[in-house]
Design a protein around this ligand. Structure first.
Ligand code: ADP
Ligand code: MG
Length: 406
């Protein structure tokens, strides 16, 4: 087995492991089952890519989205890691032959395909180095993105009981973590949680008054790359137009645009140092732009997890960044109504809790970061010094307001 530090340098070009990476990699190399909860951008991919190179055999990587798999394969190719996926878009025979000949370090597969007879027979004949389950919160009904296909993975894992399992997720509260451990047959002491704090992000949450004006004022003073999350496709387009009219380069991104338009807009945003992207939640996953300075929500996101994930796209370079949320009581009323009407009954309670957690975040007179981090099971200090409430305590605001009126 090659030395992990040597691989880190020679293959990935990094001098040091980051955060809990070393611990996670160490467990996988020692053959232990693990659940790693690491925030977006923490470097989860390396946690299975490196052991895949260090151990004999092929690493199986379960991943929910074809687009994500193909991004991962491109970056693996660039590093000289032999990777392929088995999706409807791939040449099944060619990939099968490579797997059987031991020519793959990584084999990506979607959960619904991983449990087919074809795939099971294939991996019976392919020595496996490890099984990684990316976006592992999808296995839990408590998670924010339950995917029933993930439930079928357990029997596949049990067929390969000796192969180390590595479940990875960026967002799982305590209950979801416990559920993932159970659903995937992982030991309680196999849980590794990285710090969730993003100290360079300043959180600011304001009641929405005039969205258009508030947003324009905000972005006028903040010229760096920005993402504006809007609640609908239509609003994304109108916001892009309105910002363009102020002289700010702006484009829209949502699932209703043709794929070549989406690709073009995304590429323009990634290359720009001043563009605002007005987008629905369709934008963001798998986009590696480290210098986003501002993320603004013009209405509440779907949950506190979504808020964390979407605001987390700001300041990946560690430089100061801001996350603004403009909310209204009507956002919550609408979200509650949707939940009661559209959410399957068995998931309603957990979705209500998620929404309540978000309400607690917007309504708190205390530290935003503390509310956010506590939700993810951390025990932060009562005050962070870098959110609106810590910088300008609301009680003090009221006092000055009263003073002014007097
Ligand atoms: P995640 O899946 O946790 O969101 P990724 O695996 O996509 O994160 O990694 C995010 C970025 O961090 C990538 O650009 C990756 O190359 C970089 N990265 C990962 N590990 C390290 C490290 N040890 N040192 C420096 N950069 C790293
Ligand atoms: Mg990832």
């Amino acid at each position: 087995m090659t030395d992990p530090h040597q691989l880190l340098k020679s293959v990935f070009g990094f001098d040091h492991f980051r955060g809990v990476q070393e611990e996670v990699v160490g467990r996988v190399l020692a053959g232990q089952h693990t659940l790693a909860v690491m925030p977006t951008g923490a470097g989860k991919s390396l946690c299975y890519q490196l052991p895949a190179l260090a151990r004999e055999g092929t690493a199986l990587v379960v991943s929910p989205l074809i687009a994500l798999m193909h991004d991962q394969i491109r970056s693996a190719d660039a590093l000289g890691i032999r990777a392929a996926s088995l999706t409807s878009a791939d040449d099944r025979q060619a990939v099968t032959a490579r797997a059987l000949n031991g020519e793959l370090d990584l084999l990506y597969v979607a959960p619904e395909r991983a449990t087919t007879d074809y795939f099971r027979r294939l991996i019976e004949r392919t020595p496996l180095s490890l099984i990684a389950i990316d976006e592992a919160h999808c296995v839990s009904e408590w998670g924010h993105d339950f995917r029933p296909d993930y439930r079928q993975l357990k029997s596949l894992l049990d067929d390969h009981a000796k192969v180390p399992r590595l479940a990875l997720t960026a967002t799982a509260d305590r209950r979801t973590r416990a559920d993932i451990l159970q659903q995937l047959g992982l030991p309680g002491d196999g849980l590794i949680v990285a710090g969730f704090d993003r100290p360079n992000i300043r959180y600011v949450i304001r009641p929405r008054e005039q969205t258009g004006k508030q947003l324009k004022d905000l972005l006028r003073d903040r010229p760096g790359p920005a993402i504006v999350y809007t609640p609908s496709r239509d609003k994304a387009e109108r916001t892009a137009e309105a910002l363009t009219a102020t002289g700010r380069p702006a484009l829209a991104y949502h699932a209703g645009l043709a794929s070549e338009v989406r690709a073009r807009n995304q590429a323009a945003f990634v290359a720009s140092e001043e563009m605002a992207m007005a987008a629905t939640v369709a934008f963001g996953m798998g986009i590696d732009k480290p210098d986003v300075r501002t993320v603004a929500h013009v209405a509440i996101p779907k949950s506190i997890e979504s808020y964390y994930q979407e605001t987390g796209r700001a300041g990946r370079d560690g430089e100061p960044a801001e996350a603004w949320l403009f909310w209204s009581a009507s956002d919550f009323a609408l979200a509650r109504q949707r939940l009661e009407e559209e959410c399957p009954p068995e998931r309603r309670e957990s979705e209500r809790e998620r929404l309540n957690a978000l309400a607690a975040l917007v309504e708190t007179p205390g530290c935003r970061r503390a509310v956010l981090l506590r939700h993810f099971g951390e025990d932060p200090p009562a005050s962070c010094g870098n959110c609106d409430n810590c910088l300008e305590p609301p009680a003090q605001l009221d006092a000055t307001e009263v003073a002014r009126k007097l």
